[in-house]
Write a protein that binds this ligand. Structure first.
Ligand code: SAJ
Length: 418
């Protein structure tokens, strides 16, 4: 069987390689010529555990090839990005372009699958009409489905196989055809449903987390006002068998949780009250962290050490990272910063990165913004000898402090708001 995968990024390339590994003849399409060249040489342009070997094997075995153009195939998978515009609407340009490129090659009996994250009703209201306008009877002549990706970076090749997969066809025939495609390698359940439910389920999974994190962040603000240990409250409440409060932090980052809720809000703003408020609360956390820094430092000329820039621990991704916003705002306010992140390379950011010792030297406050493993056990000697005042503000509750001479502040013991 022939497969054409459009978009060879974090989802498209592993998916293409996985199908090739399971016997399909796969053609990958990408607008980035560097990605295309690298893949055709058996190399990869992104980092993902195990992917390099799988792509190399597939290319050498003649099962995977890349080019800038969509080609004829039995099945098409669209895995292009859905960026959001500055007013928080989904930009469907790439999805529409990819669909148009499929339109030029599609033949009777083919299956078209959209994996990109899309606002609810996109398959019915945007993608299907493009095929209908071209004269196809969607669901009869050709089959159309939304099968959202739900894999975690770093575990993509495992989760592609083991996770349950939502298969949402525009009609039952489309669902059955798409399920046959994924049955090639998915060991989890194939959850058959409609395109509409598939779109909304994917968005609700990430929204569920965003709203719950907002609840935890709101608890921190309430506790700061009332002089309560928010972290202890979370721990106690989570002993209840039906309660699972999430962890508070400096904000919500990454390209999924901080973006997907807006795809729901844009379609039903009047009704999305809780979801909108959750976004506002999580987006307010960088300013809340800066207020805490102000309480712990003498003036805006003070030096602050920043530990961690990525949107979560042990990764190298700074997309939508609240830590980046905090750094930029502190710099704007005139603070002198020493920034340290062992997972980040200098070319990823515009400000200067330091070593740990240089970052803490002369600092009045050490601000921890990411829970990298490296931060659990800090070099306390360097803090005690180098810093101006040994104070740690740990927004991720991840540092274990041994020395009594170091003042440790986290979201459980913030100074009460006056
Ligand atoms: N965070 C908190 N408190 C928590 C949990 C997370 O503040 O209790 C923050 C993190 O620090 C980070 C952000 O939320 O800034 C997002 O991190 P995450 O680990 O929750 O999720 P992502 O964005 O890395 O990946 C999510 C996953 N979705 C779910 O767990 C429902 C992943 O399975 C999806 O494939 C991915 O989104 C996606 O592509 O949609």
């Amino acid at each position: 069987k022939n497969l054409c995968v459009i978009g060879l990024g974090y989802i498209g390339l592993p998916t293409a390689a996985m199908f090739a590994h399971h016997g399909w003849k796969v053609h990958g399409v990408d607008v980035n010529p560097r990605a295309v060249d690298m893949i055709n040489r058996g190399e990869i342009h992104i980092e993902e555990v195990g992917l390099q070997e799988m792509v190399k094997q597939a290319v050498e075995g003649g099962k995977l090839k890349a080019s800038p153009n969509t080609v004829e195939a039995d099945c098409f998978i669209i895995a292009v990005p859905t960026p959001h515009t500055s007013d928080n609407k989904a930009n469907l340009d790439y999805v529409v372009q990819a669909t148009r490129s499929v339109l030029e090659k599609v033949e009777k009996g083919n299956i078209v699958i959209v994996e990109s994250t899309i606002p609810p009703r996109t398959i019915n209201d945007v993608v299907a009409p493009l095929f209908e306008e071209a004269g196809w009877l969607v669901g009869e002549d050709i089959y159309l489905a939304h099968c959202p990706e739900r894999v975690l970076p770093g575990r993509i090749l495992i989760e592609l196989v083991e996770n349950n997969r939502i298969i949402g066809g525009i009609n039952e025939a489309s669902t059955d055809k798409a399920a046959e495609v994924y049955a090639t390698f998915v060991k989890g359940d194939l959850l058959k449903t409609s395109a509409l439910s598939a779109e909304m389920s994917k968005l609700m999974e990430n929204t569920y987390r965003d709203v719950n994190i907002a609840l935890a962040n709101e608890l921190v603000k309430i506790s700061e006002r009332l002089g309560i240990d928010a972290l202890e409250v979370i721990q106690l409440a989570n002993h209840h068998p039906r309660v699972n409060l999430h962890q508070p932090g400096p904000g919500v980052g990454g390209h999924c949780l901080a973006v997907d809720p807006y795809f729901i809000i844009e379609k039903a703003p009047e009704e999305s009250k809780l979801i909108s408020d959750a976004r506002v609360i999580n987006n307010s956390m960088p300013d809340f962290v800066i207020q805490q820094v102000e309480k712990l430092t003498e003036s805006r000329n003070s030096k602050v050490a920043i530990l961690g820039l990525t949107y979560k621990g042990n990764i190298d991704d700074v997309r939508e990272s609240p830590a980046m916003e905090i750094v930029e705002k502190l710099l704007d306010q005139g603070y002198d910063l020493g920034v340290y992140d062992p997972h980040i390379k200098q070319e990823q950011v515009e400000f200067k990165l330091s070593s740990f010792a240089d970052a803490v030297a002369e600092a009045e406050c050490i601000l921890v913004l990411t829970d990298h493993n490296e931060f659990k056990d800090l070099d306390e000697g360097a803090i005690l000898t180098g810093s101006k005042r040994p104070i740690i503000l740990d927004t991720k509750n991840c540092v274990v402090v041994k020395s009594k001479q170091i003042k440790y502040v986290n979201f459980g013991n913030l100074t009460t708001k006056s």
